[in-house]
Ligand binder design. Structure first.
Ligand code: ADP
Ligand code: MG
Ligand code: MG
Length: 212
């Protein structure tokens, strides 16, 4: 069908849980290079808690908005570090954007833009500062463009995932000016930002769920 609904959000979150479990060591290594080495552990802990929550009996009755809000609260209280409040705010804003029973192409672009806005409101980072904002920023642009060009909701998610991948890759060349990696100054150049990488994986999980 052309629109997505609550089962899509559940599938997205579960795929993100799998992705964080699988990428745990990679994210730890990325964060060890320019941070304190805990990003993989933080994300896996948080998404494991989300997985537990989705096993609860009442999870199936929840709306898109309620599913995203519950995940936001759980991430906020379990991920910790810089990323916990940032992802929590992203999903909280996304839950407000996903206020209907269905998600179409335009709604998908709005959801991604809302998540980005939440991250920026919370973390005060602009694009080019070598953070997850670089992944979400390009994701939001690509999603908007695809939606304006008449793409389906699944195609908009695919565009967002591709934008996030490009945005994450672009952080390699950047000098960090926000977060822990900024303490390294010039020495942060040449490394992929761990939060941009986890964001790429979360948006890839959404694209895969939208396709399924
Ligand atoms: P901590 O740095 O507290 O150990 P994590 O390792 O879990 O937290 O997360 C680090 C990631 O958080 C970074 O790779 C970066 O993408 C993101 N980040 C840090 N500060 C900000 C910020 N102000 N705005 C957006 N993202 C940020
Ligand atoms: Mg860290
Ligand atoms: Mg830390």
């Amino acid at each position: 069908s052309e629109t997505l609904a609550a089962p899509f959000v559940t599938d997205w979150l579960l795929r993100a849980c799998d992705a964080m479990r699988d990428a745990r060591v990679d994210l730890i290594e990325l964060d060890r290079a320019i941070g304190d080495g805990d990003h993989g552990e933080n994300m896996d802990r948080g998404f494991s808690a989300v997985r537990e929550q989705l096993r609860d009996a009442d999870a199936e009755a929840k709306s898109m908005s309620e599913l995203l809000k519950s995940a936001a609260m759980t991430l906020m209280s379990t991920v910790g570090g810089a990323a916990g409040p940032l992802y929590g705010t992203a999903l909280l804003n996304a839950s407000r954007a996903a206020d209907g029973d269905e998600l179409d192409a335009a709604g998908t672009a709005e959801l991604v833009a809302a998540a980005l806005a939440g991250i920026q409101k919370r973390g005060k980072a602009d694009r080019g500062e070598k953070t997850m904002v670089d992944a979400w920023g390009q994701a939001a642009d690509a999603a908007r463009e695809a939606a304006d060009a008449g793409a389906s909701a699944a195609e908009v998610w695919q565009a967002a995932a591709e934008g996030a991948a490009a945005g994450a890759q672009a952080t390699v060349q950047m000098k960090a000016t926000k977060g822990r990696a900024s303490y390294l100054g010039e020495r942060s150049i040449g490394h992929l930002d761990p939060g941009a990488e986890s964001s790429r994986l979360i948006l890839a999980a959404a694209a895969a769920a939208a396709e399924a």
